[in-house]
Design a protein around this ligand. Sequence first.
Ligand code: PSU
Ligand code: MN
Length: 308
Amino acid sequence: MVPTADLNRLPLDIAPEVSAAIADGRPVVALESTIITHGMPFPDNIEMAAAVETLVADNGAVPATIAVLDGRLKIGLSAEQRTLLANCADPLKLSRSDLAYAMIKSRTGGTTVAATMIAAALAGISVFATGGIGGVHRGAEKSFDISADLEELARTPVIVVSAGPKAILDIEKTLEVLESKGVPVIGFGTNTLPAFWSRNSRLAAPMRLDAPGEIAALFAMRRNLKLGGGMLIANPVPQESEIPADQIETHIEQALELAGQQGISGKDVTPFLLDQMLHLTAGASLKTNIALVRNNARLAAQIAAAIS
Ligand code: PSU
Ligand code: MN
């Protein structure tokens, strides 16, 4: 954690209930906001953001949604601030590369997994819940499109609770890069790696843990070994909400083809694909996305409790 004097020089606001919990060593769960600004349509985005905060609180932790509002890095948003963010006309999608830019230009933006990890670590928050992380895109051997989320997992000591890499990615290459960078990937209660909308991919989970306490123990062991970096928890979406892999794959291929035809590149790729999936599945992908974020928020709160 950065000394408080340095934090004081930043345009940074930690919500009072969040900073009190951090100071007392009570459980806190960070939540990202690109899912609000770029990941889901209005008003599902704002409803999801509120529901996830409630779930974290119901499971005994303090929620801290992270975003940049008018150039200020916010750790913990009020309901009004969440609404402002969800209604912002031209929000930025902020990762490690452009977080500081948004702050000097007084812009508003959602933080990706990478930028949310950075902010969480600054504030002393160790657990973070999201939907799916970014990773190595299909065709990355040509496009070089590899999410900054992977490098951040290698660098920043935060536990990221996800439903696995998004199935629109090349999951196999994503796992390879994470292994190269020394990031543990943990199947929670499963031997196979979950793939976001589906409980299973064709790949084995590199490691398996079955209880929040075990995840807390692994985090502590890595810290004591001074390994640095974070951990990725892959928590399968609940059975009743999953879309089986063979069903989702046809839609993914259609969405990727459209992205290619329309020349979508850079940071627009992931939001474009998620939006196409929403249409191609007639809304089913969104329902599953909401269910898996909720499931991850619950587990993240339990992990935060086990740590504190
Ligand atoms: N998971 C979701 N919806 C999202 C994202 C993840 O369920 O919108 C966002 C996350 O913020 C993640 C980002 O960090 O997509 C990855 O974008 P990119 O592939 O451009 O790095
Ligand atoms: Mn990218």
